[in-house]
Design a protein around this ligand. Structure first.
Ligand code: T46
Length: 137
């Protein structure tokens, strides 16, 4: 898996003078059935979240309010992506190391996930991640 497999997904917007509406359909706007939704909020200034990869989990991150940066790492390359639109998501395939940094005040990040929470799916040690993601020689 490469950082280039992490794709920005533009979500539909139903414009209305009374306010806009965006919707997300599993297996349509995201390439998986949605099994879980969680969100990060009340993140204090300077905090970093993430700092792990998932063995099998796929996710779509949508910053509903405010902004933050996601630092992606595939074991050989790093890339930063800033999210600040509630109609643009970032798709994260399995085996992507991610760090969420530079949260603006009051930001809210919603995450759609392909499976229920399972600690066994996490790789929380960067050296383990590098070893697991390295191509076989
Ligand atoms: C990810 C980034 C973007 C649960 O009990 N259920 C859940 O669904 C989740 C996501 C977490 N937890 C528990 C596990 C830990 O005891 O909540 C605690 C904090 O989780 P974690 O340290 O993994 O939080 P983040 O913000 O570093 O990472 C989370 C997701 O875990 C992760 O999949 O990609 O957000």
């Amino acid at each position: 898996m490469s950082v280039d497999d992490c794709k920005l997904v533009e979500l539909p917007v139903v414009h209305n003078p009374q306010g806009n509406l965006t919707f997300i359909e599993g297996s349509n706007h995201v390439p998986f059935e949605i099994a879980r939704v969680y969100y990060l909020y009340d993140v204090p200034g300077g905090a970093t979240r993430g700092g792990h990869a998932h063995r099998e989990l796929e996710q779509l991150l949508v910053v509903m309010s405010g902004s933050l940066e996601i630092v992606l790492d595939d074991g050989s390359r790093r890339k930063g992506v800033r999210l600040n639109r509630s109609y643009v998501g970032l798709y994260l395939p399995p085996m992507t190391w991610r760090e969420l940094v530079d949260f603006s005040s009051g930001s809210v990040c919603m995450v759609l996930a392909s499976a229920h929470y399972d600690e066994a799916d996490y790789i929380r040690d960067y050296d383990d991640f590098k070893a697991t993601s390295a191509p076989a020689t």
